[in-house]
Design a protein around this ligand. Structure first.
Ligand SMILES: Nc1ncnc2c1ncn2[C@@H]1O[C@H](COP(=O)(O)OP(=O)(O)OP(=O)(O)O)[C@@H](O)[C@H]1O
Length: 118
């Protein structure tokens, strides 16, 4: 397989990975709904180009964190499904990463949207 074809095939696996995240992680549907809501609010409020960039980057970061979280959870479950302190900590750390980016996203959304509303 030449390098270009190999590169194209890797995109197919990546898209498969995104589809898997929707299958295994119910939070993905929530993130999708939140992203659609943010885009609709952006359109409604006619925010600036910079504000669009910030909100779109945050949507991308949340989705990325959730995919890594799902990957780590699956890998951890592959290692052991039995009660294990370290596995528990690894999963908590991965979930913590998602919570951090979601928290900062809400904060950024408040900073961007509130001046348009009040
Ligand atoms: N094998 C294990 N040993 C110890 N604790 C575990 C184990 N598996 C899960 N836990 C604990 O239960 C929590 C939830 O784990 P679970 O695999 O159900 O993830 P989840 O509920 O799908 O998480 P998320 O909402 O982040 O996707 C973990 O964060 C961890 O604290």
């Amino acid at each position: 397989m030449n390098k270009f074809r190999k590169h194209l095939v890797s995109y197919r696996y990546a898209v498969k990975g995104i589809a898997l995240a929707f299958r295994f992680e119910s939070n993905m549907l929530f993130h999708l709904a939140a992203a659609i809501f943010v885009i609709l609010v952006n359109l409604l409020l006619h925010i600036t180009k910079t504000e669009w960039l910030i909100t779109l980057m945050l949507i991308g970061l949340v989705w990325t964190a959730e995919l890594f979280n799902t990957a780590i959870e699956k890998l951890a479950d592959r290692i052991t499904k039995e009660e294990d302190g370290i596995i528990g900590q690894v999963k908590d750390l991965a979930s913590g990463a998602v919570l951090i980016i979601c928290g900062f996203s809400v904060l950024c959304a408040a900073i961007i949207y509130l001046p348009y509303l009040f």
